[in-house]
Design a protein around this ligand. Structure first.
Ligand code: SAM
Length: 213
């Protein structure tokens, strides 16, 4: 993927293949004007990822954050799907994700890291699951529900999918299922005047060069 990006972007952009939890060890502290963190929070330790962004930003630099919240697609594991989802252990798996509980929680996480909120949006995107295949695409293929550390859920999902396949004819009338994807979209700024911690000296970055971690 990085080689494709390198082909498209050319030599003006430096690409670094690294764990985002450790991003600040690859770049000088307080060196970046903008950090993008789009749909990554749920894959790791949210607090640590935001802290890395804070360290990399120069005072006055901005963080563009977009993340799904744990409210997303709750229609698929509540109500008529609740028992089935409980059996699958969906809630346990979701609890292992580190994306924010909701938009307010997202703003709080940023404020805890000493960011100022410049603009924010609690975006709710209606999504229609037309069939079990659509649900599988979200829950299994994309890895969202089986993203946690709980390995047993993978086995349960595989077993459940076999059962669902058999019951498909009976379940089909349940569709379409209308659900909502809740996304927290925030532009946050590292303050210029105050500092939560001793900031290292500012190292100016070459404006002609951008870095993607
Ligand atoms: C849902 S995709 C979002 C991709 C892109 N940011 C976007 O908005 O389209 C999540 C990405 O996070 C990457 N990722 C997951 N854990 C990571 C980590 N610890 N460090 C760096 N990248 C990670 C995955 O490889 C994947 O490309």
């Amino acid at each position: 993927m990085l080689s494709q990006a390198a082909q498209k972007l050319g030599p003006a952009v430096e690409l670094i293949n690294a764990d985002a939890h450790d991003a600040s060890s690859h770049l000088p502290p307080a060196s970046q004007d903008l950090v993008l963190c789009h749909f990554v929070l749920g894959f790791g330790d949210g607090g640590q990822l935001l802290e890395q962004a804070y360290r990399l930003l120069r005072p006055g630099g901005c963080l563009s954050l977009a993340t799904t919240t744990r409210q997303s697609f709750s229609e698929l594991y509540e109500g008529r799907f609740e028992r089935f989802a409980n059996w699958l252990g969906v809630q346990n798996s979701l609890d292992q994700l580190s994306n924010p509980i909701d938009h307010a929680d997202c703003l709080q996480l940023l404020q805890q890291q000493d960011f100022d909120i410049l603009a924010d949006r609690d975006h709710r995107q209606p999504v229609c699951f037309e069939s079990l295949r659509d649900v599988r695409g979200w829950a299994v293929d994309s890895g969202w529900v089986v993203n946690g550390e709980d390995k047993h859920i993978r086995l349960r999902v595989a077993g459940a999918w076999t059962l669902i396949g058999l019951a498909m004819v009976f379940l089909h009338p349940l569709f379409p299922v209308h659900a909502t994807c809740e996304m927290s979209i925030v532009l946050a700024q590292k303050p210029v005047a105050r500092s939560r911690r001793q900031s290292p000296p500012h190292s100016p970055s070459d404006p002609a060069r951008e870095t993607i971690v």
